[in-house]
Design a protein around this ligand. Structure first.
Ligand code: GDP
Length: 493
């Protein structure tokens, strides 16, 4: 029976737009509301390195990151790399406290005096069997960041730590976090937190987790569950050791002797420094002076800063560095790679930008979104000899009942021989979310007279492709509608 775009997106833990774009690249124009058949689902899954077992049942292979990040040429020169860890869990269960404790107690105090600035990820040292090893923590707890990464097809996490407060137990976000980790085939380590608190019930948490399919190692299952107190730092060492053991089992490797490849972890525009981006190198080594391409952004890397704020010349596998020198702010979760020349990078960046734009337009067009502009052009196209009658659905909002009547009366005077103007709703008051919903359902547009719409409503309307036209002068409103009905409205983008 297939799956809708949002359903497939959810299964693959990517966003809708990514699916539409992927199909567009293959010459298939899709909209969010469309149902995809099995063939099409397979096509998408191939792109995301996911295997389709049976219709509608999509299983994520754990080969995803290996095939994406390592090339065949690397196989000869692989070396062990540190694991990258994400901490997830329900709000207030202690994610931030755990990250803080680990950061404060485990970051090797360098000459620069430890961490001076957050760059979105930091490396810590862990003693395992008397040997020093390292481990990278992503600094944004919660599965939103994790999902945002995955939404771009990026797979950065090697181990997911799910924090569950022992006095509160499994909550909705705990379950969501577990679902996300599973969808990405990332091994889970549970931190049963707040064991110092009265009312902490470790056994109950284990019971609840086993109830949703996470069987504790202590009970013969395969999920390590470590009781900790993030507040006091109790047993955090044992948690870190367990993370390292789980990572070791995965045999994480990369080839440091090649040009860098990886994922954008964070990015922003700094008023004085320009574009800043934190890149997590997942394979190869990034060097100062390298030309980097990440989606629509590109540039020559002018400087690299590590998690202690120290300038460095290179960054090897599993190292996060903040870089300067990109042309625009890249999206978190976007993959980056090093190219030979600035010219080649610019070309690729332009192609990427153009493809995204075309995919967006195609999806909009296929969805049949109605705007005055699209309406007027459809009339203009059909005007030569077509006897087809068009219908323009409108929702009218005005400040007071009186002006509502005035607008309604003025619209009635418009000639309706080719276009039938249908007023779905007329009401006093600002444009609301439910107006937008009505417009979506009926493919209508919203006309506001002497009213406004909040930015939340605007954003919602934009995301759904609903046009809201606001007027202060009645004859401008009438002119626009008349022109649209006559196929004459100037198409303004
Ligand atoms: P987050 O929302 O998951 O990031 O949770 P926080 O780290 O902000 O913690 C929420 C609250 O729980 C804070 O008031 C913490 O001080 C408290 N907390 C976190 N870990 C522990 C713990 O191990 N023991 C106790 N008693 N309180 C904790």
């Amino acid at each position: 029976q297939g799956l809708s775009v949002p359903e497939l997106a959810q299964k693959l833990a990517v966003n809708d737009a990514e699916i539409i774009k992927t199909l567009f690249m293959k010459g298939i124009v899709t909209t969010v509301n469309q149902t995809l058949d099995e063939e099409t689902i397979k096509l998408v899954c191939q792109e995301f390195n996911v295997e389709v077992l049976t219709s509608g049942s999509v299983k994520v292979e754990d080969m995803v990151k290996k095939t994406e990040i390592l090339d065949e040429e690397d196989l000869e020169s692989l070396e062990t790399r540190p694991p990258v860890v994400t901490i997830m869990g329900h709000v207030d269960h202690g994610k931030t406290s755990l990250l803080d404790f680990i950061r404060k107690s485990k970051v090797a105090a360098s000459e620069a005096g430890g961490i001076t600035q957050g760059i979105g990820a930091y490396k810590v040292s862990v003693m395992v069997d008397g040997a020093k090893q390292s481990c990278v923590f992503l600094d944004t707890p919660g599965h939103e960041a994790f999902t945002a990464m995955r939404a771009r097809g990026a797979q950065v996490t090697d181990v997911a730590v799910i924090v569950v407060a022992a006095d509160d137990g499994v909550k909705p976000q705990t379950q969501e976090a577990i679902a996300h980790a599973r969808a990405a085939s990332v091994p889970i380590v549970v931190a049963i937190n707040k064991i110092d608190k009265e009312g902490a019930e470790r056994e109950r948490v284990m019971q609840e987790l086993s109830g949703i399919g996470l069987m504790p190692e202590d009970w013969g299952g395969d999920v390590p569950m470590i009781p900790v107190s993030a507040l006091k730092g109790e047993n955090v060492d044992s948690l870190l050791e367990t993370i390292m053991l789980v990572a070791e089992f995965q045999e994480l490797k990369a080839n440091p002797n090649r040009s860098a490849k990886g994922t954008v972890i964070e990015s922003c525009l700094d008023k004085t420094k320009g574009v800043l981006a934190t890149l997590l190198v997942q394979n190869g080594t990034l060097r100062k002076g390298d030309v980097v391409l990440c989606g629509e952004a590109y540039g020559k890397i002018r400087a690299l800063l590590d998690d202690t704020g120290t300038r460095v010349e290179t960054a090897g596998p599993s190292t996060a560095v903040q870089v300067f020198g990109l042309s625009s702010v890249p999206i978190a979760g976007e993959m980056f790679e090093v190219l030979d020349s600035l010219e080649a990078a610019r070309e690729q960046a332009e192609i990427c930008a153009e493809t995204s734009r075309l995919a967006r337009l195609a999806a909009q067009a296929a969805e049949g979104k109605v705007t005055l502009a699209s309406f007027t052009s459809s009339i203009a196209e059909g005007s030569d000899g077509g006897v087809e009658r068009h219908q323009l659905n409108v929702i009218i909002k005005a400040d007071v009942q009186g002006s509502l009547e005035a607008v309604r009366e003025a619209l009635k005077t418009l000639p309706q021989d080719t276009v039938n103007l249908r007023v779905l709703l007329q009401a006093a008051g600002d444009v609301t979310i439910s107006d937008v919903d009505l417009a979506i359902a009926s493919e209508g547009i919203i006309i506001g007279f002497n009213v406004s719409s909040s930015s939340a409503v605007q954003t919602y309307a934009e995301s759904k492709g609903v046009e809201i036209r606001l007027y202060r002068i009645i004859y401008e409103l009438i002119d626009d509608i008349r022109n649209a009905m006559e196929g004459l409205l100037e198409v303004i983008q």
